[in-house]
Write a protein that binds this ligand. Structure first.
Ligand SMILES: NC(=O)c1ccc[n+]([C@@H]2O[C@H](COP(=O)([O-])OP(=O)(O)OC[C@H]3O[C@@H](n4cnc5c(N)ncnc54)[C@H](O)[C@@H]3O)[C@@H](O)[C@H]2O)c1
Length: 309
């Protein structure tokens, strides 16, 4: 049984790794796929190699599916809009948009360049705005559609990754908001935080951020220690979650935040107040001192980021 028969999907950054696996599985499940990739690399400044997208589209067609390659950079408005237009021109509609293209440019904040910041924002956050806006117009007219945006566990906070974390976590607020904008039209929107070992964005510099966090004795990210993986997390595991979310089986889910690494998937909770304190008449400096002495609101909160040695 094909779960997405007759659907039309766009996957950005689909020339390799996670995006490629998503495009392949979407096609295997019956979707016609626009395989977007400018053929760059993990740092956002590499020269384009158009053959990446061509090869994936060719693989899909060789397996009996339908696909076209598209080589624009989604980091520009023109490129993002051309990518969505390709779906309409080639297949007449767009049912699924997977914003997967992403780059990494790690640097501690005092050493982060304007280019490090802007490139991350352009590829992860602004690109998704441009593709979502263009796709939403068609999905609203169709009164159906699914959008999957690609965040990262780094968004929880990651030493040396402030640009990337800001872009990815910005994407989460964006996703929660467009889920609200588009819900009445039957359009569902999600954010996924994938982990895939051995792929492009897992660069040597990422390993350095992990080593530096360990050296400082501070939590790398998340609210729990990163356990040693039980297995190699593959792009195909990420693709399975994405395709399932795009299918009718997930028709009741929208605006949610998922983590996936190999054999583990998690639903990340929506933000909530863990403790609330009311000060009648409003808060003042003295009232905060009193509150701190009561050890209720700030009770167990400690600075976890101070170097231990
Ligand atoms: N690999 C991981 O463990 C991991 C962890 C967290 C988040 N992510 C996110 O998952 C996504 C895919 O990661 P990956 O490791 O497969 O990446 P990758 O570097 O292996 O592949 C990304 C692809 O996106 C393309 N791309 C980059 N900029 C583009 C642009 N402006 N327009 C069109 N295509 C562009 C690249 O050419 C590349 O082929 C990214 O958004 C990444 O941030 C990955």
């Amino acid at each position: 049984m094909q779960r997405l028969k007759g659907k039309v999907a766009v996957v950005t950054g689909a020339g390799r790794n996670i995006g490629r696996a998503e495009a392949m599985l979407l096609a295997e499940q019956g979707a016609k796929v626009v395989v977007n990739d400018l053929g760059g690399g993990a740092y956002g400044t590499e020269t384009g190699d158009a053959s990446l997208a061509d090869q994936v589209a060719q693989e899909i067609r060789a397996a009996g599916g339908e696909a076209v390659a598209q080589h624009s950079s989604v980091a520009t408005r023109e490129g993002a809009e051309a990518t969505i237009r390709q779906a309409i021109d080639s297949f007449g509609r767009i049912d699924i948009l997977v914003n997967n293209a992403g780059i990494v440019r790690p640097a501690r904040i005092d050493r982060m360049t304007d280019q490090d910041w802007t490139l991350c924002m352009d590829v992860s956050l602004t690109a998704s705005f441009h593709t979502c806006r263009a796709a939403a117009a068609h999905m609203i007219a169709q009164r159906s559609g699914v959008i999957v945006n690609t965040g990262s566990p780094s968004g929880f906070g990651h030493w040396g990754m402030a640009n990337y974390a800001a872009a990815k976590e910005g994407l989460l607020g964006f996703t929660r908001s467009i889920a609200r904008d588009l819900g009445e039209f039957g359009i569902r929107c999600h954010l996924i935080r994938p982990v895939s070992h051995l792929t492009g964005t897992h660069t040597p510099e990422i390993d350095e951020t992990i080593a530096e966090s360990a050296r400082l004795g501070i939590p790398l990210l998340w609210n729990k220690p990163m356990a040693a993986p039980r297995m190699t997390a593959l792009p195909e595991h990420v693709a399975a979650l994405v395709v399932w979310l795009c299918s009718d089986a997930a028709g009741h889910i929208s605006g949610r935040d998922f983590y996936i690494q190999g054999d583990e998937v998690a639903v990340i909770p929506e933000p909530e107040a863990i403790r609330t304190s009311i000060n009648p008449g409003g808060w003042t400096l003295d009232a905060f001192d009193d509150e701190a002495n009561r050890s209720y609101l700030f009770g167990d909160i400690r600075n976890r980021f101070i170097r231990r040695d």
